[in-house]
Design a protein around this ligand. Sequence first.
Ligand code: PLP
Length: 426
Amino acid sequence: MLDWPEDDAPIIAQAQGCKLIDTQGRSYIDGVSSLWANVHGHRHPLIDRAIKEQLDRVAHSTLLGLSNVPSIELAQKLIDVAPPGLTRVFYSDSGSTAMEVALKIAFSYFVNIDQPQRNVFVRFDGAYHGDTLGAVGLGAIDAFHELYRPLLFDAPVAQYPFCYRCPRGLKRESCDMQCLESLQSVLDQHKGTVAAVAIEPLVQGAAGLRVAPAGFLTQVARLTREAGALLICDEVATGFGRTGAMFACEHENVSPDIMALAKGISGGYLPLAATLTSEPVFEAFLGDEGAPRTFFHGHTYTGNPLACAAALASLEVFDSEQVIARLKPKVELFAELLQGFYEHRIVGDVRHIGLMAGIELEPAQRLGTQSPARRVILEARKLGAILRPLGEVLVLMPPLAIDQTELRALVRIARRALSTVEEQGV
Ligand code: PLP
């Protein structure tokens, strides 16, 4: 907060494609997709038109007791693209609320099927699921969450792989994913009482882009099922193509019981979120006249028609522009360009999947300076790219629509900014 008033942050006035333009007319590559949300670039004609057309029909009407056309159409489309087995959609308006809903559904599900003792939620070390208190309860990043611990429910923590600093001192190439033993032991310790295991599939975003080894998610799903618990996959950051597939779960053919979506769902245009569930989970809420089982959770803007219209148009763009199929060469180029970061002496680790990348700098203590990552992003800003630090990790997460020239420019700017900081001395 002390630095913030001094930080002459750009004030964005316009955008086009993957560029943001500030009130001074300076243009920047949107290197973090406007907080991991934008997918097809800014001002995509199809999405713009869909919102304008919806505006001529209705901007908002409630989903409490009513429905609206785009929310119904979108629910069907989401089910069509989601991993098999997810057949029901519950709307809300942010990633945090999508996870809040997931948590409450899982809890009430076990109450409804007469297993109220199943009320324990397992979280992973380094997890981030949002900033509302339920989501914070599932999180495990001290800087964000620890202050609020007295307000939160107890949730045992299992180890998420962090191969760069493996607490067991193992090497990714030769290990046997021994970190899974930690989940197994948490599940054993809470035998018969675990409601759900919540995970960011394949990669933990806010922890600093910690990419799990292939197969980790599959094993987590197996252990969770064996323990009779539900698997909640938080695809808020990874969903809608970010990892190179529509959803991260697809890489390992995992179908969760509950899946949270937000950010890219509306193409990054408007606040919208959805929590998808399987049919058995849905059915547990049907009840009967004598014993109603209403899921009491609803937000004013739930299923907002403008946001749903944007989301429908975004899914149409995925189809018409074959976005996922056309990602492959960009992902390959990105992977190749990212290797160049290892030439910088202050870079410790480079992690990536799809178009998500984290460049971890050596810890500030070792470098004897204050946050080199923050200095790098300020330099990058001068050179025309918006990046964000997560601790000492530089995050690069451009919109899927970025072309190869802009992708090269983004990496070039990030590297030049790094070199400047290195030359200034760290
Ligand atoms: N879950 C994950 C994995 C996220 O990365 C985020 C945000 O970064 C959230 C949930 C929270 O989303 P929102 O900021 O829309 O509440």
